[in-house]
Design a binder for this molecule. Structure first.
Ligand SMILES: [Ca+2]
Ligand SMILES: [Ca+2]
Ligand SMILES: [Ca+2]
Length: 331
């Protein structure tokens, strides 16, 4: 039988849930995205200029896609938001000519004629024969332009495609909740150099994993063992994964608050490691859990770690999974 105290705790947690945690999540993707009800989608205007390909990859890393207007209404709504917040004259959109010159399609393979195709006067003109990517101007018209120029861009995530990972409190089903450690991990099967791996984890609102205990090391080893990595081809180093520590300020330290590695709770180096003699300044873990210094340029698999809001998590653990409803259910 539940005591009165339990009832009060339950009531308070439910109240907190309704007012601060669960409700915003119904229409929440990431803190850096703005939800627009008219189009039922989240948008982020990226102010850092990038090439078209970089823009596309950046949106993808954030779990979104490079925005293009589906129709006139969406073009208007997004341009209004852009007018309110940023001074740019144009942005890259997710339309290009990936296969045939002057045959324009969206990043998800839809012909431009099925979406928004209000070209500016005289466009598309493929000026100089080198224009394969599309920009949206502030006046709502499109122009084909060179893909390697650097422009601002907008990422989009539609509410209908949002899948909330309730245990990890993150819009990414690739993260797996580990009860024993009270946090989530994702094994990345696309090998990258240390810096790119670091960026990918950050972009996913996580960080390159830092081992803080033998339990955590054991889990990362098990996870690595389980990961379907054997068929991944390409030029990368087998046998180790990037982790969140590096040689900086003349010492090994983790990426969390620059904590010296000896204070992190785990310093189990592999035999003879670190052996890079100053050449290997980035941190990795052999598949067996032992630490290894490695060249930062080397491409490896890597693991991201995500910390979860403790109160919310404890609510789930205590009272069962009341969050499994999709974020937009009942809306
Ligand atoms: Ca043009
Ligand atoms: Ca950790
Ligand atoms: Ca080494």
């Amino acid at each position: 039988m539940l005591s009165l105290k339990c009832f009060i705790v339950l009531f308070v947690l439910q109240y907190i849930c309704q007012t601060t945690y669960c409700q915003p999540n119904l229409k929440f993707f990431r803190k850096d995205y703005k939800y627009i009800e008219d189009t039922k989608a989240f948008y982020k205007i990226h102010t850092l200029h990038r090439t078209w390909q970089e823009a596309k990859e950046r949106c993808s890393m954030e779990g979104a896609t490079l925005f293009y207007p589906d129709d006139d209404d969406e073009a208007n709504v997004v341009i209004n938001y852009w007018n309110e917040t940023q001074p740019f004259s144009w942005v890259y959109i997710g339309i290009s000519t990936p296969n045939v010159k002057q045959v324009f399609e969206t990043v998800d393979g839809v012909p431009i004629t099925d979406v928004y195709d209000r070209w500016g006067p005289g466009e598309p003109n493929d000026a100089g024969g080198v224009e394969g990517c599309v920009i949206l101007r502030r006046d709502g018209t499109l122009n084909d332009d060179q893909c390697d120029k650097k422009y601002p861009f907008i990422c989009k995530k539609s509410l209908s495609t949002l899948e909330w990972n309730v245990y990890c409190d993150i819009p990414d089903q690739g993260y797996e909740y580990v009860k024993k450690l009270g946090r989530c991990y994702k094994f990345h099967l696309t090998p990258m150099n240390w810096t790119d791996a670091f960026t990918v984890c950050n972009t996913e609102q996580s960080y390159l994993a830092v081992i803080n205990s033998q339990d955590e090391a054991d889990h990362l080893v098990a996870m690595t063992k389980k990961a379907p990595k054997d068929n991944v081809e390409g030029n990368y180093v087998r046998g180790a994964v990037h982790l969140g520590f590096q040689f900086k300020r003349n010492r090994w330290q983790t990426i969390i608050k620059n904590m010296p590695l000896p204070d992190s709770g785990y310093t189990n180096w592999g035999g003879g490691q670190p052996d890079g003699k100053g050449e290997e300044k980035c941190g990795s873990m052999f598949y067996n859990g032992h630490l290894n210094d490695i060249c930062c340029d080397q491409s490896l698999f890597f693991i991201c770690e995500h910390e979860i809001d403790l109160l919310r998590n404890s609510y789930v653990l205590r009272f069962g999974d009341v969050f499994t409803a999709k974020p937009h259910d009942g809306m």
